[in-house]
Design a protein around this ligand. Sequence first.
Ligand code: GSH
Length: 204
Amino acid sequence: MKLYDGGKAPNPRRVQIFLKEKGIEIEREQLDLNAREQKSEAFSELNPMQTVPVLELDDGQIIAESVAICRYFEEVQPEPALMGRTPVGKAMVEMWQRRAELNLMMPVAFAFRHLHPGAKTIEPLQIGEWGDLNKERAGRTMRIFDEKLADSEFIAGDDFTIADITAFVACQFMKVAKIERPEELVHLNRWFAAVSERPSTAFD
Ligand SMILES: N[C@@H](CCC(=O)N[C@@H](CS)C(=O)NCC(=O)O)C(=O)O
C-alpha cells in the first residue's frame, strides 16, 4: 500500500493527520506540486483529477479524494473512531465535515489560489474579485463554527473527528492565504489552540 502525498498542502495534510490519529504508518511518496509532478502522464493515469492525496492498495486499486481515503482507513481500523459511532453521530460528523470542506476549506483555497502571487503556477488565471469573495465566505463560516464551538468541545460534538481535521487544516492554511482569524471568535480560537497541541497536527 502506498500513499501519494503532497507535503504541507492542505488535502494531503488531512490524510496525514487522520493516519496519525489512528496510529497507522504506511509507505509514502511525496509529489512536488510546484514542479507539477501531479500533472505527469504516469500520475494522471492513477488519478485523472491530477491531485494528491492518492492511495494505491496492494492489489493495485486506487482511492483518490481525501475523505474517501479516510473512509477506507476508518473501515479497516475503526478505533479511534474519527467519523462518528452512532447513526446520528455519523451523520453529524458528515454534516460538519462537509461544511468544513465546502464552506471553509474551499473558500480558503480559492482565496489563496486567486490572490497569492505564489499560486500562479497552479492557477495561471487569477481573478482577484473571486479571491476576495471567498475571503468573505471563509469569514462567515468561521463565525458559524465559533457559535457551534461555544456549545461543544469539538466541531461535531464531544469527540475529535474528521470535521476537526478539515476545519483545522483550513484554519492553518488561512495564514498562507493571508486570512485573519478574528480575535473575538474566542471559541474558535480556543478550539484551534487545543487542536494545535495534538501530536497528530505537528508538521512532519
Ligand atoms: N477533492 C480533493 C482535492 C485534492 C486537491 O485539490 N489537492 C491539491 C493539494 S491540496 C492538489 O493536488 N493540487 C494540485 C493542483 O491543483 O494542480 C481531495 O479531497 O483530495
